[in-house]
Design a protein around this ligand. Structure first.
Ligand code: ZN
Ligand code: ZN
Length: 183
């Protein structure tokens, strides 16, 4: 859904949409399991700079909800994650260089992005918002044992035979002290 400046000049745009999995490209690591529901409002905010320069910002308020599938950072198994997020965003024309301090108080609290050309694609906004809501690292359960670094077996499911017994680090420390005393 394209939020066009020309239309926003006439009136705010209220949106209520559902995006099926696959419509929004979330990259390879994030899979969308249910339709992404979103609703909100886009409106034009005009910044007046001096007598003649008017900068047209797009203010976007709304919320989204969907269910994602991610991979456990240790064992790569699928982990389901529900995402619900509210957003309040301000998009300025790309290349506008005024800083945050020049914006009104309410807008200064919004997240700021940039749009290029005639307007803003809602799908692009949603992609960014979904990815922001995704944790950097997710694990399937607290005690996930992960994959064996040697043979790649999922150690939650089976014990492999290549597990090398490693020395207790406390012994390492003692050995170090002893070697220092001996020299
Ligand atoms: Zn795991
Ligand atoms: Zn192994």
């Amino acid at each position: 859904m394209f939020l066009e400046i020309k239309e926003l000049e006439l009136h705010p745009i209220d949106f209520k949409e559902e995006f099926q999995p696959g419509t929004i490209d979330l990259g390879e690591d994030v899979r969308q399991r249910t339709p992404l529901a979103t609703d909100g409002r886009a409106e034009l905010v005009e910044e007046h700079h001096g007598m003649h320069l008017v900068i047209q910002d797009i203010r976007l308020r709304g919320k989204l909800a969907t269910r994602l599938e991610l991979s456990c950072a240790r064992c790569l198994d699928a982990v389901t994650q529900d995402v619900k997020r509210q957003f309040e965003l301000l998009y300025r024309p790309l290349g506008t260089d005024a800083g945050k301090d020049e914006l009104s108080v309410t807008d200064a609290e919004a997240e700021i992005g940039y749009y290029r050309g005639e307007g803003l694609l809602l799908e692009d906004v949603l992609r960014e918002q979904v990815l922001l809501a995704v944790p950097l690292k997710i694990i399937c359960r607290d005690d996930c044992k992960g994959l064996c670094p040697h043979c790649g077996k999922n150690l939650n499911l089976e014990q492999c035979s290549c597990a090398t017994p490693h020395e207790d680090p406390r012994w390492e420390a003692l050995k170090e002290i002893r070697s220092k005393l001996e020299h």
